[in-house]
Write a protein that binds this ligand. Sequence first.
Ligand SMILES: *Cc1c(COP(=O)(O)O)cnc(C)c1O
Length: 386
Amino acid sequence: MSTYKRLPVAFESGSGAWLIDQHGQRYLDALSGLAVCGLGHAHAAVQQAVAHQAGQLLHTSNLYEIPLQERLARKLCDLSGLDRVFFGNSGAEANEAAIKLCRKYAHQKGITEPVIVVMQGSFHGRTMATISATGNAKIRDGFSPLLAGFEHIPYDNIDALRELADSDSQIVAVMLEPILGEGGIVIPTPGYLPSIAEICRQNDYLLVLDEIQTGMCRTGKWFAWQHESIKPDIMTLAKSLGNGVPIGACLANEKASQAMLPGSHGSTFGGNQLVSSAALAVIDFMLDNNLEQRAAVLGRDMLEQFSGTLAGLAGVKDIRGAGLMIGIELHEDCTELVELALAQHLLINVTVGNVVRLLPPLIISEAEAEQIVDTVCGLIQKFLCG
Ligand SMILES: *Cc1c(COP(=O)(O)O)cnc(C)c1O
């Protein structure tokens, strides 16, 4: 179906931060397949895990015990301090699980028409529940009737949540991205997330963080909430969890997760042997090579270089980032930069029309990071000066 407007290039192989097209041309990847390939392409550890597992067993279903899935769940719980995990196959499914969990929890508490507070400008996926939660009219238009039970408030506005909390007794949870990804790399004011967490605590709301784009070391921490002294009740992961093998996860603490009982929710493929082995390889490599720290340091350097060259330039509105999640906001629409970059063999993305979004693999070298900065700066300078 014509759901995608594709760029006219097809890649046949990859290595690290590089992709090679059908004609043998090399492209530097500053997008990682939309924050998926944190370890880059054709990574040896993932390749070995997947190949080995394919020779053993791919899938048995969740009718049986899956020790690899249990090991993966334990690792994710150790990293996050949360207690339980449900595995699906995508980000949207991870968020579906989170939404269902909130509703189940609400009904147990006697809230019959539960409301989940969500944010304008957010993105949570493309299923019916997740577009209903998403705060972007373009994604919702044409798909009504949407699901009831979501209240959208402005992002990074703590008063909006306070007001709603005072007036609505059916609220069960607040669900948000710690940094808006598709919404334009919007980083909330320091203290915003702790204030949300405090309101959740006072009102007994579940705090649900969508870390699908920000998680897995992307922002210089395993999870973006670790930059602040807070902890969610529920967290969702996907994208770089499997480095390209489709896997999503919904983690929860004991308080929230007890709402789910055998039969409450399920997935045929979720957390099968193949995807669990890939995700375990990803986590082990990230831990062994301290990619958390690497993303923090490289990201800080790149942001400094971008600011050094672009800050103050008329036409550049803002330069911001956390780890290797970087946004350069222009005053005007700059969608065409994607194709101009492609012509220079660099893969970037522009989101919400005027924000250049960079999500390079966490394994890039200093030289590759510099090459990304130089090329992007050159493109933006040329674009702005005509
Ligand atoms: C990409 C993304 C999703 C959706 O993930 P899919 O795997 O495409 O379903 C949800 N939330 C956020 C924050 C994302 O960036």
